[in-house]
Design a binder for this molecule. Structure first.
Ligand code: SF4
Ligand code: SF4
Ligand code: SF4
Length: 262
């Protein structure tokens, strides 16, 4: 990949970007590599200096750091601090980085030693509660989703390069679901968090006949009591609602409130 691209003889700025993974399944990074149709276009926008899933080189000179995964070990805090020092823009990449993601499910258990024994047996693993990266360093930009939606990543990166404001949808998944002319899953007997979850995934799950689990966190002004009423009206328990709200960590404050009320 040439270092400097030109268009009509004019040099185009291609920021140096790096990808890092903390505790994660690396599925968010895989999303980018999977997008073969537009991968070359994407790579013409940026100069990738580190991306373990896609290249062997690992440069340390970057302006934008995409960090995937949640923080579950002390050494990751040090790693994050180092990345933050070098990066002009720090991006929390995917729901693990934004909210703790599926990793934070273990935080529900009060006895973390028991969790370790159940999962790892006698094998020693240094693992603590799962936290979003914003607990450790300042984050400039969140890209939500488990996994992230590749089309959205490309749009956000393009906006970043053009110096445009990056706006996430304020409305819920239901808007995109209706625009896709789906039959509402509640009418088919399935629960769905679409009414309270931030859109941007093009109603990925409901469009494939699966209820939303809220991986992108709450939409602006998410009406959780109304969500609870909709679930109850369709015969779903508070536990079913909580299972979904708790899954990715984005609704943590709401879960706490519901649990307090009992
Ligand atoms: S957000 Fe989901 S897909 Fe991305 S790293 Fe975490 S678990 Fe994997
Ligand atoms: S299926 Fe889910 S996202 Fe779609 S309209 Fe029904 S509640 Fe909303
Ligand atoms: S529909 Fe819900 S769970 Fe599925 S990708 Fe979108 S926000 Fe995530």
């Amino acid at each position: 990949m040439p270092a400097n691209l030109t268009y009509l003889g004019v040099e185009l700025a291609r920021p140096r970007v790096a990808f890092f993974e903390l505790s994660s399944c690396e599925g968010c990074q895989l999303q980018l590599l999977n997008n073969e149709a537009t991968l070359l276009d994407f790579l013409s926008l940026v100069e990738v200096v580190r991306f373990r899933e896609g290249m062997t080189e690992a440069g340390d000179d970057y302006a934008v750091a995409f960090v995937e995964g949640s923080v579950t070990r002390a050494d990751q805090e040090l790693q994050l601090a180092e990345i933050r020092k070098k990066a002009k823009v720090m991006v929390a990449f995917g729901s693990c980085a934004c909210f703790g993601g599926v990793n934070q499910l273990k935080n529900r258990f009060s006895d973390q030693e028991w969790v370790k024994r159940e999962v790892y047996g006698d094998f020693h693993v240094d693992t603590q509660l799962a936290r979003p990266i914003s607990d450790v360093v300042k984050v400039d930009l969140m890209i939500y989703g488990c996994p992230v939606k590749k089309e959205e990543v490309e749009r956000i990166v393009t906006d970043l390069l053009l110096g445009k404001a990056i706006n996430h949808p304020k409305y819920p998944v239901c808007m995109e679901c209706k625009a896709n002319e789906n039959i509402c899953l509640f009418d088919l007997g399935e629960p769905c968090l679409g009414p309270v979850t931030r859109a941007g995934c093009d109603a990925w799950c409901p469009s494939n006949r699966m209820g939303c689990w809220g991986c992108r966190g709450p939409a602006d002004a998410a009406n959780i009591p109304q969500m609870a009423r909709i679930m109850a009206e369709h015969g779903f328990s508070t536990e079913t609602l909580l299972d979904r709200l708790e899954c990715f960590g984005g609704f943590a404050a709401h879960v706490e409130e519901i649990r307090k009320k009992g």
